[in-house]
Design a protein around this ligand. Structure first.
Ligand code: ATR
Length: 282
C-alpha cells in the first residue's frame, strides 16, 4: 500500500490501541480492492477525547472505530447517533461525513450467527449483562428474535438490561434469570450467546457456562470470546453435536460493517478474515 497525497485516512481511537487487530484487517481489505485508504491506530487519552474528535474532523479523517474506554464518552461530541446505537448507549464506529455514530459490535455478532442460522423467530439466550451483552441484545431484538432471555450472575443487571430491551419496543418478550439456571432455558433455546469472559485466555481451563449435557443438536452456540479460538463453551458445543459459531466471526463482521459505513463499498470479508486469522495466529 502506498500512502499518497490523496490517501483517505480512517482509524481507531482507544487507550491502549497497540495490540488492535483492526489495522491489518482493514488495510488488507483496502489493498485487495485497490482503494486509496489507510487505517491507523491513535492512542487517545480520555481527557483529550473532545479535541481528538474535532481535530480528526478538521483533518478530514473519514471514519473511526472507537474502543475502550471511549465508546460511551464519544457520543456527546457527535451530531447524530444511529437509533440502535443510541439505545445501546455506546458507539464503536464514527462516520465523519455526518458526524454520526454507529454500533457495529452487535451487528457483528448477528452476522456471525447468521452464517449458521437466521435470528428471526428464534429463542435466544444471552449470558452476561455487561457492555458486550447490551450491544448484542439490542441487535438480537432488532433482527426479529421471538424471545430473548438475559442470564447473569448479578440478576439485577440482567433485569435492568432485559427491561431496557423491552422498553425499546424492538421485541415483546424479554426474560431474565440467574446464569445458574442456564440448563432450564437451553432445552427450549435456539441460540446461546456467551458475552461473559468465562474461558478467555489465560483462564482457558475453567468450567463452561453450559455443558454438552444441557445442549441439543439444533442449538447454535456463539462465544464472543475469541482467544482462544476454541473455548471451553465451543468444545462443549462440538461434543453435543450442536452448531458452534466462533468469536473471531464477530470481530470480522463488526469490521466489515464499519468498512461499509465509511466507504459505501461491500467489505471483502474473505480477505479480512485471512488477515484477522494471521494477526491472531489462528
Ligand atoms: P463486557 O464489556 O465485555 O461485556 P463487562 O461489562 O465487564 O464486560 O461485563 C462482563 C459480564 O460478564 C458481566 O455480565 C459479568 O457478570 P456480573 O454482572 O455478575 O459481574 C459477567 N462475568 C464476568 N465474570 C464472570 C464469571 N466468572 N461467571 C459468570 N459471569 C461472569
Amino acid at each position: 500500500m502506498k500512502i499518497k497525497g490523496s490517501t483517505n485516512i480512517v482509524g481507531l481511537i482507544g487507550h491502549p490501541v497497540e495490540h488492535s487487530f483492526s489495522p491489518p484487517m482493514h488495510n488488507a481489505a483496502f489493498e485487495a480492492l485497490g482503494m486509496d485508504y489507510a487505517y491507523v491506530a491513535f492512542d487517545v487519552n480520555p481527557n483529550e477525547l473532545k479535541s481528538a474528535i474535532s481535530g480528526a474532523k478538521s483533518l478530514n479523517i473519514k471514519g473511526f472505530n472507537v474502543t475502550i474506554p471511549h465508546k460511551i464518552g464519544v457520543i456527546e461530541f457527535l451530531d447524530e447517533i444511529d437509533e440502535v446505537a443510541g439505545l445501546i448507549g455506546a458507539v464503536n464506529t464514527i462516520d465523519f461525513k455526518e458526524m454520526k455514530g454507529y454500533n457495529t459490535d452487535g451487528i457483528g455478532a448477528v452476522k456471525a450467527i447468521e452464517e449458521v442460522t437466521s435470528i428471526e423467530n428464534k429463542n435466544v439466550i444471552v449470558a452476561g449483562a455487561g457492555g458486550a451483552s447490551r450491544a448484542i441484545s439490542f441487535y438480537i431484538a432488532k433482527y426479529g428474535a421471538d424471545t430473548l432471555t438475559v442470564l447473569n450472575r448479578n440478576v439485577e443487571k440482567a433485569q435492568n438490561l432485559a427491561g431496557d430491551v423491552l422498553d425499546s419496543g424492538l421485541m415483546n418478550e424479554v426474560k431474565y434469570a440467574s446464569i445458574s439456571e442456564i440448563n432450564e432455558y437451553l432445552s427450549d433455546g435456539d441460540i446461546l450467546i456467551n458475552t461473559t469472559p468465562v474461558g478467555m485466555h489465560p483462564n482457558v481451563n475453567v468450567d463452561s457456562i453450559a455443558t454438552s449435557d444441557d445442549m441439543h443438536e439444533d442449538l447454535v452456540v456463539f462465544d464472543a470470546v475469541y482467544n482462544p479460538n476454541e473455548t471451553v463453551l465451543i468444545k462443549e458445543a462440538i461434543k453435543a453435536n450442536a452448531k458452534p459459531v466462533y468469536g473471531i466471526k464477530m470481530l470480522l463482521y463488526q469490521g466489515a460493517e464499519s468498512f461499509k459505513i465509511w466507504t459505501g463499498v461491500d467489505a471483502p470479508v474473505d480477505v479480512m478474515e485471512k488477515a484477522l486469522r494471521e494477526t491472531l495466529d489462528l
